[in-house]
Ligand binder design. Structure first.
Ligand code: PMP
Length: 438
């Protein structure tokens, strides 16, 4: 296949010059497989970018989007609406962790994070508690790339070119502790006490009555598949309750079945006040994100404004876009019709065993997993952090599998429709790639 000119497109989060010297071009997708521009089949070990949970080219979603675009292509979301926006919100609320039943639509995980932070701060203000402005995130947290998200996020590299961060943020330690938790299966045993740092920091460094919210990914995906230690999130919840602080779960990756349950909130039995999601919401087909809140948060905004006033001055031209809503409705139906979250749980033992079979592979420092996600941490090459995993990623591509890497960690998160044979195949390719690049 002829390749297009490649100068104009400035690729996101990509080593542009390296990529353009040897491009990896996807031209088609179906089920568990991509096809590249040489006609090779590539097993999708990363659900696109953690988003294609139901697999590619799913007919009900394709048809819903086709039908929608031919019927109502666009509708302004400010002071106007279309029926599918309400239908999508009702469906999402009905599927959400019980108690989170008000839905604000956005277009991405980054927008969801910034929207959630704004809702948290504004909520306290509309209730007359304007001193609560501070936001607490974590080291190795990832909440997208907008200014709120990089401020509460814990990836210094994503902040380094930008001199401005929200001034009202602080960060807790991450929970990744290889000395105590290496090669853990499921939730690591050690580290619940790390949550106590929240109480210690807000009491000694801040006045607790100045804290608006704590935001965490229940499982940090993009910074290396960091599963929360047993009891950690419950402890965070207790401390937030004690001091009147909102707890925000960023479920952009963990939502929609990734951890072997519908939501991380249900998996860990901890209900946040605000939850963000995106990615799997539309199976990656049309950009969309959502912020879910407890009803009382929504109602506080309604109660604070006169009837003809905008209660929350925030939103996007493409909030609740008709195509996104149509895709979301079809996707959520598909998840339920095919019981894909239950399927994810049912396959997680096979997935875990296949992942941990790489334990004796050269240079493997740690393997961790939950549901249908695993992280394989490799020893870094001296003086070249990240390069070993980059090579493994390239070798996997060469061998016909798509995986993700971050630093020297390989992240595996296939569509939930993956078969047991494909699970074995996927980890077999990764094992081969690690050895071949050793
Ligand atoms: N939050 C989390 C937890 C994520 O994993 C991501 C994306 N990987 C985002 C936010 C940002 O999402 P988006 O790229 O759609 O803006």
């Amino acid at each position: 296949m002829n390749r297009p000119a490649m100068d104009a497109y400035w690729m996101p989060f990509t080593a542009n010059r390296h990529f353009k010297s040897a491009p990896r071009m996807l031209v088609k997708a179906d089920g568990m497989y991509y096809t590249d521009d040489a006609g090779r089949q590539i097993l999708d070990g990363s659900a696109g970018l953690w988003c294609v949970n139901a697999g590619h080219n799913r007919k009900p979603i394709v048809e819903a989007v086709q039908q929608q675009i031919a019927t109502l292509d666009y509708a302004p979301p400010f002071q106007m609406a279309h029926p599918k926006a309400f239908e999508a919100a009702e469906k999402l609320a009905a599927m959400a962790p019980q108690g989170l039943d008000r839905v604000f639509f956005v277009n991405s995980g980054s927008e969801a994070a910034d929207t959630a932070l704004k809702i948290a701060q504004a909520y306290h203000r509309v209730r007359g508690d304007a001193a609560r402005v501070k936001l607490i995130g974590r080291e190795r947290g990832y909440h997208g790339v907008n200014y709120g998200g990089i401020s509460v996020g814990g990836m210094a590299g994503n902040r380094k070119h930008f001199p401005v961060s929200l001034p009202t943020v602080d960060h807790l330690s991450h929970t990744h502790d290889l000395a105590r938790n290496a090669f853990s299966r499921g939730e690591p045993e050690h580290g619940a006490e790390l949550a106590d740092e929240l109480e210690q920091r807000i009491v000694t460094l801040h006045d607790p009555s100045t804290i608006a919210a704590v935001i965490v990914e229940p499982m940090a995906g993009s910074t290396g598949v960091l599963i929360p230690p047993k009891g950690y999130l419950k402890r965070l919840r207790e401390i937030c309750d004690k001091y009147g602080i909102l707890l925000i779960f960023d479920e952009v990756i963990t939502g929609f079945g990734r951890l072997g349950a519908d939501w991380a909130a249900n998996k860990f039995d901890v209900l946040p006040d605000i939850l963000t999601c995106a990615k799997g919401l539309t199976n990656g087909v049309v950009p969309m994100g959502a912020v879910l809140t407890k009803r009382e948060i929504h109602d506080a905004f309604m109660a604070a404004a006169p009837e003809r006033a905008v209660e929350f001055p925030h939103g996007y031209t493409y909030s609740a876009h008709p195509l996104a809503c149509a895709a979301a409705i079809a996707t959520l139906d598909l998840y339920q019709d095919e019981r894909l979250f239950q399927a994810s749980a049912a396959k997680s033992q096979v997935f875990e065993d296949a992942a941990h079979a790489l334990r004796s592979t050269r240079h493997v420092k740690d393997i961790r997993n939950l549901g249908l996600v695993a992280g394989i941490e490799l020893e870094s090459r001296t003086g070249a952090p990240g390069q070993r995993a980059f090579d493994v990623f390239l070798k996997c591509w060469e061998k016909g599998a798509l995986v993700r890497f971050t630093g020297d960690i390989i992240a595996v998160s296939p569509p939930l429709i993956i078969s047991e044979a494909e699970i074995q195949q996927l980890f077999g390719i990764i094992d081969y790639a690690i050895n071949a690049t050793a």
